[in-house]
Design a protein around this ligand. Structure first.
Ligand SMILES: [Zn+2]
Ligand SMILES: [Zn+2]
Ligand SMILES: [Zn+2]
Length: 444
């Protein structure tokens, strides 16, 4: 299912009972397409609700298998450009039989690195490591300075931190000699920002910007399995095909988008909402299953405060005239039939002809205020209206982001591919789906 049709943001909670709408934590609301689905718990699963395990590790450059090692970098001669991350090409120069040097060159940017002349055989990793030790890059130099400072016996880190905190406290105008850091006599007032930089740079002296960059070891790629934290059911297992590390197939994978309906808003107002006006928004619900699905929709009669940001003193009421319906199963032959009319594009000839055919079929259904006629249905989708009204409130120049929370209950026969992993005979669950309407100014 394409993400472009996806307004389905699902609240994932580890609590057993569905929470009250005002208790929805928007930090735990995820796009449907990014979620897994546990066939045993029958709930969508966010990244904090499953465990990970690395099933295989390999180098995407030399394709060597590193599954049994604990390394996170390729131990072969694979190095990345420190500037742009491209794999470096490596050539060897011979120095009249006295030794060899290695030349690293980035095929994409201007990075070049030449090693010293090496007389005894060593691995490239050892050569780079020793040369970096003698001429550390910024990060390693800073790390070493911190390490040295912390190890100083007569100037404990606690003492330094305490002194820094005292000196950096805002509003402290009183001058004070910061002798720990050898600040010049004239630079006593730490409220001056330039002076502050002096203090900090004397604590950790500025590292020369001319420090060399070194080839970076190439990070390994991995294939991971995921298991539900609640019941240990496998949510994703990569297929480990011998000698084909880069083939990314799965022996099992349960994505929420394959089991939960996709929601898509259409005909939403743009930019401005008028007080006392009713807006009919079309909510399209698309069934991804090969079996028919019964859907129940519920929403709070009034938008809770956490769904309008920044907060507004307006009262937003919502009503959904049709709240329970059965949607047919997914169509695999004609993709166009699976697209609700309100989001069917007019950009291609086939979709234009499909659209005019559907409009012709519903030519009589033109009365916008007849609820039955506002409801449309297709092979595997339903379009239902949501009426949004702003009953009271005051005009506001700032834009408010409006979200509509919908509690969705679905019920269907268990899909065939869940039969072997699920102990239940039905697919039945309820969850909060949050639809973002847009950003609006409220006017009278
Ligand atoms: Zn589970
Ligand atoms: Zn490699
Ligand atoms: Zn580069």
């Amino acid at each position: 299912m394409s993400r472009i049709y996806n307004d389905s943001f699902v609240f994932c909670s580890s609590a057993d009972a569905p929470p009250d709408v005002t208790a929805i934590d928007f930090n735990q609301v995820y796009p449907l397409a990014s979620l897994h689905f546990c066939p045993n718990c029958q709930t969508p699963k966010s990244p904090i609700q499953y465990s990970y395990n690395i099933e295989s590790k390999f180098c995407s450059n030399c394709l060597a298998d590193h599954s049994v090692s604990s390394a996170s970098f390729c131990s072969k001669n694979c190095f990345d450009c420190p500037s742009c991350g491209t794999i470096l090409t490596i050539t060897i120069s011979d120095h009249n039989g006295q030794g060899k040097s290695f030349n690293f060159k980035c095929p994409y940017c201007t990075f070049i690195y030449k090693t010293n002349v090496i007389e005894k055989p060593k691995s490239l990793h050892t050569i780079i490591r020793l040369e970096r030790k003698d001429n550390p890059d910024k990060k390693h130099a800073l790390f070493r300075q911190i390490q040295t400072r912390l190890a100083e016996p007569n100037k404990s880190s606690k003492e330094i931190n305490q002194r820094q905190l005292e000196n950096l406290s805002l509003g402290k105008k009183e001058t004070e000699k910061i002798d720990d850091f050898d600040v010049q006599e004239s630079d006593k007032d730490i409220s001056d920002i330039a002076n502050l930089e002096n203090i900090l740079s004397s604590t950790f002296p500025t590292i020369s910007s001319t420090t060399k960059l070194f080839p970076k070891t190439h990070r390994l790629s991995s294939k991971v399995s995921k298991k539900c934290l609640a019941c240990n059911t496998i949510l994703q297992m990569p297929a480990l095909i011998p000698n084909s590390p880069t083939v990314y197939k799965f022996s099992s994978k349960f994505n929420a988008v394959d089991y939960l309906p996709t929601l898509k808003i259409a005909d939403a107002p743009t930019n401005i909402l008028n007080i006392d006006e009713q807006y009919n928004i079309v909510l399209n619900i698309i069934n991804p299953l090969q079996t028919k699905m019964t859907v129940s929709l519920a929403s709070p009669a009034q938008l809770p405060a956490n769904c309008v940001y920044p907060a507004s003193n307006s009262k937003f009421t919502i009503s959904i005239p049709l709240t329970k319906f059965t949607i047919g199963n997914a169509v695999s032959k004609n993709i166009l039939k699976g697209i609700p009319t309100s989001i069917l594009t007019s950009n291609t000839a086939v979709s234009r002809s499909e659209k005019s055919k559907r409009i012709g079929e519903s030519a009589l259904a033109v009365d916008q205020f007849d609820v039955d006629k506002l409801v449309q249905k297709g092979a595997n989708w339903y379009s239902v209206p949501i009426a949004l009204t702003i009953e009271t409130g005051s005009c506001s120049d700032i834009e408010h982001e409006i979200k509509i929370p919908l509690y969705i209950k679905i019920n269907s026969d268990i899909p065939d591919n869940l039969l072997s992993v699920s102990r239940r005979e039905k697919l039945a669950l309820g969850y909060w789906n949050i639809v973002t309407l847009g950003k609006y100014r409220i006017i009278e």
